[in-house]
Design a protein around this ligand. Structure first.
Ligand code: SAM
Length: 458
């Protein structure tokens, strides 16, 4: 948990011992304190770059306070000395939705300020101070558990399955050969697969994503990633990644994650991918967010002009690395592009994650107003590889079907132990967290369906 702490400058001579005690109590309870009272952190607010960015020391100070509050889980003030600016900072904290504790030896602000996230307490000695702070931290913890429960319900697979099941139902309606395949696909998948190959099997197989790109954002809309980005934002904040820092969306596809990061306030986002077809959709869909820099790049070779303070490599594209060596090369190059003390979040669909209906069912069909899609899963359990044979057709603007197109792509069905082995071989990193489907730590031999890694570069 991260707690932002501040106090009026003018009150310091009189209240310094209590200020030190407040910080000590918060830290004893395992929380990290961000504060102008922490000299090393505070000096970082006035680097040459920060002064150039914000113009002068007063603005740089304000940004330190504002960003500190924004990235904290809770905010504590020692406000025995009354000060207009600290009053503003408390209001700012409430506007950012942070629980606020205002401590004073003179006034119980709780009597005057009414807000569900505001606690004002008068204290007389250190013992009282400890009890008040302990109660506050416990309340914040309970609240954050409730909020992370919300994240669980937002996870990608759940929302995606709900979206796709609607499209599957729609595909089975009607009298065409497509609806007939959709109705029979579950009961007689091999027969339907043969019929599909008889009708469409002669089509040229195009490059991965060249065909899918046209419908990707309709099949996988931005909204699906909202919960994921909320989690990413929490991790970034816990690792001191500020909204002005350079954040990179790795294998961005059509750019959903970059767009949501931008709505969360990140204003220096670079998105890259190796598929031109996906990138052209990313440009189209992000035209209203010109701060996002979109570029072509391969994970294995990309060489960013500006190192990233944080990287997010999401939506399981690590499964496109087909063996341990390839994954290691990809991660090594990403880390090369990460600034020291930078953060990399990536996720993997691990063994049990391939057990969901979407990948178990051999043939599935989907339909919207604009496209039809046939999805065929061809797993090879000996090699732990799965190939998707995909057929898509879209309507032209007059509503007539364009010809069917076909592409194939192959993914690796990783085991968690294999990924762990690769990650442990990487140099100059710390594994900050290995989390399972519900974003809780993976312990013992548990093999979650989806695994999230948070790495820090030393
Ligand atoms: C499932 S899409 C995910 C897109 C995006 N992250 C999202 O959440 O919508 C996978 C993307 O990974 C990209 N990709 C796979 N391997 C890559 C590599 N080595 N370098 C760059 N992009 C890669 C593909 O081109 C594709 O756009």
């Amino acid at each position: 948990m991260k707690v932002f702490f501040t106090t009026p400058l003018k009150g310091k001579p009189q209240y310094q011992v209590y200020i030190d005690e407040i910080i000590r109590i918060i830290e004893v309870h395992g929380a990290t304190v961000v504060s102008p009272e922490k000299d090393e952190q505070y000096q970082q607010a006035f680097t040459k770059e920060k002064l150039a960015e914000y113009g002068d020391r007063d603005r740089a100070h304000y940004e330190f306070i504002r960003q500190g509050i924004a990235s904290a889980d809770a905010v504590v003030f020692e406000a025995s000395y009354e000060d207009f600016r600290v009053g503003h900072e408390a209001t700012l904290s409430l506007m950012y939705g942070k629980p606020v504790l205002v401590l004073s030896q003179n006034v119980d602000y709780g009597r005057y300020i009414y807000h569900e996230k505001f606690i004002g307490k008068k204290y007389t000695d250190k013992k009282e101070l400890r009890k008040i702070i302990e109660d506050f931290l416990a309340a914040v913890k309970a609240l954050s558990n409730k909020e992370s429960f919300q994240v669980i319900h937002d996870i990608v697979d759940l929302q995606h399955s709900a979206t796709l099941s609607k499209l599957r139902y729609r595909a089975s309606q009607g009298t065409t050969y497509f609806a007939d395949w959709a109705r029979r696909a579950t009961k007689e998948p091999d027969v339907v697969y043969r019929e599909i190959l008889n009708k469409l099997g002669d089509l040229a197989i195009q490059k991965p994503w060249d065909v899918f790109a046209k419908i990707y954002n309709e099949d996988t809309p931005d909204s699906i990633f909202y919960g994921a980005v909320k989690f990413v934002d929490q991790v970034f904040r816990a690792h001191q990644v500020f909204k002005s820092d350079h954040v990179v969306d790795v294998a961005c596809g059509t750019g959903a994650i970059s767009r949501i990061l931008t709505t969360f306030g990140y204003r220096n986002v670079t998105a890259f991918d190796r598929s031109r077809a996906m990138l052209s959709e990313a440009y189209r869909l992000s035209a209203h967010m010109p701060s996002i820099k979109i570029m072509e790049g391969d994970i294995e070779r990309v060489n960013l002009e500006q190192p990233a303070k944080a990287m997010v490599w999401y939506d399981f594209s690590s499964n496109f690395a087909l063996d341990e060596r390839e994954l290691e090369r990809w991660l090594t190059n990403l880390l090369k592009n990460l600034a020291p003390s930078g953060t990399l979040i990536f996720n993997v669909r691990t063994k049990t994650g391939w057990n969901i209906d979407f990948f178990k069912q051999k043939v599935t069909l989907y339909e919207t107003d604009r496209f039809q899609r046939v999805w065929i899963n061809l797993p090879d359990y000996k090699k732990d590889l799965i190939t998707f044979d995909i057929f898509i057709r879209v309507k032209d603007k007059d509503g007539a079907w364009l010809p069917w197109e076909r592409e194939q792509m192959t993914e690796r069905m990783w085991r968690l132990s294999e990924i762990k082995r690769v990650v442990e071989r990487l140099e100059s990193i710390t594994i900050e967290a290995t989390l399972g489907d519900d974003y809780t730590p993976v312990k013992g031999t548990r093999e979650p369906g989806l695994t999230y890694f948070v790495l820090s570069k030393k």
